[in-house]
Ligand binder design. Structure first.
Ligand SMILES: Nc1ncnc2c1ncn2[C@@H]1O[C@H](COP(=O)(O)OP(=O)(O)OP(=O)(O)O)[C@@H](O)[C@H]1O
Ligand SMILES: [Mg+2]
Length: 352
């Protein structure tokens, strides 16, 4: 199997520590996504797994084997980059075949293998073309096919879709999910885009400043962010996080030590006319200051009494006027609590 384990990994560039004490387990067969803001160490981590970059400290195993003395070419991993770097003078077929040539696979076997892979990624009709005659998405598939041809147990991908336009990116996302299902290899995928991470990953590793802020299944990351950073990273728009004092009445429900309260924009109710909030919700006045209307959904920015700004997401409702004062209802069960160090306080700790 191809479980990947990083133990106490550190990486220093010059006198700068970019990663310190990183422990990470990537399960065999998972679609693990490393996500986080620019410069947090995603690519560095991936390159250390690939063997393209040496760690300054700590150890890496793949499938239980220590990788200390194993060069990149012998790790059983294939890497797909953002700029897919195809050979322009070779046909698509030759590009895919290339990796098999230099490891001495016989000609007929190479042909069969290329045909099979081309079928898998939908390139059969393009095998005789040159890369310049392909669209961005097709080129990306050639890069994938080239990685697949050696049948690696582990695929390492660094922002492989970021050169594509939004529509194609979405299509390729679905193709990658299907591909992962079909071949059952371990995928390790780097992106700074939380939507990409959430939509593809079975396991998400959220990083900041060379450290892991949370590693979880997407639904868990969404439902129970372990800290304010994770809450504010995931979601469109992300979790609203305001001081407890900004939500009048919230302190009655706050667990000991709560400094911040969070709630999802899509879980807030809007009260009309005379209607009042249900008993299990907190009612708050707010005024709308901006609207993004996406058609099926409307995202409002609203200001609370203390000046805190929050986002609200409504689905397919008549658009409300900006500047109007509205009443919002936040279900108490939706409130998430964080201490002054911005760490989640488990609900079990609620007092009274
Ligand atoms: N070869 C290098 N020499 C010096 N510093 C480097 C080198 N490569 C990366 N760094 C630094 O290490 C940190 C992590 O870089 P890395 O490329 O891993 O970030 P990333 O999470 O992939 O970011 P992005 O989303 O922008 O690609 C950054 O601060 C970067 O400037
Ligand atoms: Mg990077």
């Amino acid at each position: 199997m191809s479980r990947i384990e990083l133990t106490d990994i550190s990486k220093r560039y010059g006198d700068r520590d970019v990663i310190t004490g990183l422990d990470l387990t990537i399960e065999s067969g998972s679609f693990t996504v490393l996500v986080g803001p620019s410069g947090c160490g995603k690519s560095t981590t991936l390159r250390m797994i690939a063997g393209l970059e040496a760690q300054s400290g700590g150890s890496i195993t793949i499938g239980g084997e220590p990788m200390a003395d194993v060069p990149a070419g012998r790790r059983g991993v294939a890497m797909v980059f953002q700029n897919y770097a195809l050979y322009p003078t070779m046909t698509v077929g030759e590009n895919i075949e290339f990796g098999l040539r230099n490891i001495g696979v016989p000609k007929q076997d190479r042909r069969d293998r290329v045909a099979e892979i081309a079928e898998t990624v939908g390139l059969t009709d393009h095998l005789r073309k040159r890369p310049s005659a392909l669209s961005g998405g097709e080129r990306q598939r050639v890069a994938l096919a080239r990685a697949m041809v050696k049948n690696p147990a582990v695929f390492l991908m660094d922002e492989p879709l970021s050169n594509l336009d939004a529509r194609l990116r979405q299509k390729m996302r679905v193709e990658l999910i299907e591909l992962h299902e079909r071949i059952g290899a371990t995928f390790v995928y780097v992106t700074h885009d939380q939507v990409e991470a959430m939509s593809m990953g079975t396991d998400i590793v959220l990083m900041r400043d060379g450290a892991i802020m949370q590693q979880d299944a997407p639904e868990q990351l969404y439902r129970a962010p372990r800290n304010v950073f994770a809450g504010r990273f995931i979601g469109t728009p992300p979790l609203n996080v305001v001081p407890v004092s900004a939500v009048t009445g919230a302190s009655a429900y706050a667990p000991t030590g709560a400094a911040w309260v969070g709630f999802r924009p899509e879980r807030i109710g809007l009260l009309d006319g005379e209607s009042s909030a249900p008993a299990d919700a907190i009612e708050l006045p707010a005024s709308f200051i901006a609207l993004e209307n996406l058609g099926a959904e409307q995202i409002y920015r609203a200001e609370l009494r203390d000046g805190s700004r929050v986002a609200l997401k409504r689905f397919d409702e008549p658009v409300r006027e900006l500047g109007s004062t509205v009443r919002v209802a936040i279900p108490i069960g939706e409130l998430q609590w964080f201490d002054e160090r911005e760490q989640r306080i488990a609900h079990a700790e609620v007092s009274g």
